[in-house]
Structure formats: C-alpha cells, structure tokens
Design a binder for this molecule. Sequence first.
Ligand SMILES: [Fe+2]
Length: 250
Amino acid sequence: MRAVLDRIKQRKEEFAQIPLIQFMQDQSIDPRQRLAWAPCLAPFAMNFKDFNRQVLYQEPASSKIQQLLNEHSQEDGRHWVWFLQDLKLLGFDQMFSYTDMLRFLWGEETRKTRRLCIDLFGMCAFEENPLMKLVVVEALEATGNVALYETAQVAKALKEITHQHHPYFSASHYAVESGHIQAEMTHSEIEEFLEQIELTEADQRKAFLLVDRVFAAFTESMDEMLTFAQTHSYDQVLVTRKYQREKVAA
Ligand SMILES: [Fe+2]
C-alpha cells in the first residue's frame, strides 16, 4: 500500500494547486463570493450520504478493512446535514424554487460534479474487494483534506462578517477529516495499518487507476465550480454575470 499512499500524496500536492483553491485563497474577493460555488457541490455532498451508507457500508463486516469502511461511512455519511445548514446560512433557501433547483441540480452547471458521483458509484458499487474501496476512500479523504482546509479559511473570514458558524465549510469539519479513513483508531495506528497492507501487482495497477480517476474527476468538478463562481454573483446564483451586464446595457 506504500506505493499507493505515495501516489495519493503526489496527486494531493497537484490538487492543492488547482485554480479553485487559488480562488478561495484570494483575500481581495468577498468570502461569500469565494463560496459562491457552494450550491454546485450539492450533487456530491448529497450523493455522498448514499455513497457512504449504501455502497461503502456493508454488514456484517467480513474483514478488518470492511470494519474500517463501516466506521468511516457512519461518520462521513452524516456530514450532508452540515452542508444543508451552510446553504441555509449562505442564503440559498431564498433563491431557488423547487423546479429551479431541479433544473440546476441536473443542469449544465453541475454536469461534471454529477459525473464525479457516477464515477465514485461506478468504482465501488459492484466492487467485491474492500481494499479497492479503501483506496477510493483514501483518495477522497486527500481531496477533502485539501478542499476543507481552504474552505475553513474562507469560513473564518466569513464569520467575521456574519458572526455565524458554518458547520460544513468551517474548521470543525476539517478537524474530523484527518486525511485518512475515519475510524476508531488513532492517526498513527491508521497509517501503520495502511502501510502494512500488501497488494498484488494487479491490485496495485488497479489502485493507481482508481486514485488517478478520483483526483481527475474531482479536479474537473472543481474547475466547473470555479467557472460558476466567476460568472455568478453569490446573491443571485441563478443569473449569470453576462446576463446582468446585458440587462444593464439595454
Ligand atoms: Fe465530511
């Protein structure tokens, strides 16, 4: 597993450089605008509940790895509640009718984020080897670790304006995502456990493909979210900036 963990580490370093991360770091932009992509994350944040509870979780656990996956999925499968809370605090409840929301969730703006979900379900739903699911979780946790660190910085700046705690985007979420599978073991116990896992050559090849796909799909999704945040104002997310400019000019 050492080689797989190294691959994840390398992809994680590249992921930390993607444009959406840089956009969130730009302190000249209003923190609310730096999170204007939040509604686009909905397909992922909500599908993640099912991904954890219906795909990763399997009772009875037939191996130590499956036991870890079960502990992890019970924790990560409930974070969608925090996401809904943040959307409410960010004011999105006032902006969408039910049909607007359906169009948006299945529209062009969220296509790559839905694709990311399709890929995750595709990788794991019929996977019989829990080790491969563990590899996907490890890659996911690495992306989450990078993204949540950045959102926590934005949420901190946002709190200075709104005086509200955002449970999904703030440091309290980052604190429970250690960068590894979340189980009832210490960070070093987990690392030790992961490192001693032996992979066959075929499994290692497959694991590399899974890691690369998770990072590629996440990067595409986050590029899509950046485009959204750059073309929509946080308080009018259904109206593009181009449309606003044309309306003013007319
Ligand atoms: Fe989470």
